[in-house]
Design a protein around this ligand. Structure first.
Ligand SMILES: Cc1cc2nc3c(=O)[nH]c(=O)nc-3n(C[C@H](O)[C@H](O)[C@H](O)COP(=O)(O)OP(=O)(O)OC[C@H]3O[C@@H](n4cnc5c(N)ncnc54)[C@H](O)[C@@H]3O)c2cc1C
Length: 284
């Protein structure tokens, strides 16, 4: 895409994330942690500028934790590295003021297996499609983990690609390009809206001290009493409807013919690579 003229900005969130998986066998002697892994509940622990989200996966055999904290371990990196092997004492220190149950969970992470991700936000690309090539997943819509939608949106990409390619009238480069642009038409605005929502949710979850935090905490308190907006967007019923109530494959199948007919080939395909205004490719 860069060869086609797309070169977009990257914003630093100054946050990083640990990803942790605890196997049931490891916690078999801890009834409180066993209750967590045996439940069907998502738990979020929120502290100052940090949070942990955790839930059972793999048929309640693994307890999955994803954390977010200030990226102090990346601050001195000399390049744009996006993962690092962290030290366990440093990880324990980051969450040392969290509750004892969290301390016990983190303590199950084997020394040498602490992996930390740097979290960045990419501006939207002008297009995901160039000739007969389309981007999918994090390559075109990297998403902060706060809505649990990064991989989910990559799977929606795959589902829509499957639909549009199955509807190709022929396999000429022109038809393939048009079908890929139908894919982009169905997917781009939805994926980018969820990227923005995950970024906004991250801001609400990682407040320091101050008025904004007090307002957020009031909203959480009101929620416990059964009223008000949800500061944690992942737990908001409207957001959940938007995320889980959308059938991307059906939309692609229903709209394919209309979009496919409308898309015009604006540029000669398979021309030598160089800088040209790929925005025009996106025009329907
Ligand atoms: C802390 C954290 C928690 C997350 N939690 C969730 C969650 O709960 N739910 C969710 O849906 N998503 C979550 N995500 C996001 C999810 O992990 C990503 O969105 C997803 O992995 C993207 O998949 P992908 O296939 O697009 O990219 P990747 O998973 O990055 O796969 C790309 C692959 O291509 C390989 N590769 C790169 N360059 C080359 C090359 N030149 N040649 C060959 N291979 C190459 C890479 O090694 C990699 O294996 C989370 C992310 C983070 C960081």
């Amino acid at each position: 895409m860069r060869g086609g003229g797309a070169d977009v900005g990257v914003k630093d969130t100054h946050q990083a994330a640990y990803r942790i998986m605890i196997h049931k066998e490891q916690i078999k002697d801890d009834p409180e942690l066993l209750a967590l892994i045996n439940s069907n509940r998502v738990t979020r622990w929120i502290g100052e500028k940090r949070h942990i989200i955790a839930y059972p996966v793999s048929n309640n055999t693994i307890y999955n934790l994803s954390t977010t904290q200030p990226d102090s371990h990346f601050a001195s990196a000399t390049n744009a590295t996006y993962t690092t092997k962290g030290s366990k004492p440093a990880m324990m220190d980051v969450f040392s003021d969290f509750c004892p149950m969290v301390q016990r969970l983190l303590d199950y992470v084997p020394e040498g297996e602490v992996c930390e991700w740097k979290l960045r936000v990419h501006d939207p690309l002008p297009t995901w499609v160039l000739d007969s090539v389309a981007l999918v997943g994090d390559a075109c819509h990297p998403t902060l983990p706060h809505l649990a939608q990064g991989a989910a949106q990559a799977i929606e990409d795959g589902a829509v690609l499957g639909v549009v390619l199955s509807k190709l009238p022929d396999t000429t480069p022109q038809s393939i390009n048009k079908a890929l642009r139908v894919y982009e038409r169905v997917r781009k605005s939805r994926a980018e809206a969820l990227v923005d929502m995950a970024t906004a949710s991250g801001r609400a979850l990682h407040l320091g001290e101050g008025a904004a935090k007090e307002e957020r905490d009031k909203q959480f308190a009101a929620l416990r009493a059964g009223k008000g907006p949800v500061p944690d967007k992942w737990a908001d019923a409207d957001v959940q409807r938007e995320i889980y109530g959308f059938d991307c494959a059906k939309v692609a199948a229903d709209d394919f013919d209309e979009y496919f007919q409308k898309i015009r080939i604006l540029l000669p395909l398979l021309k030598p690579r160089g800088r040209f205004p790929i925005l025009a490719l996106n025009t329907i």
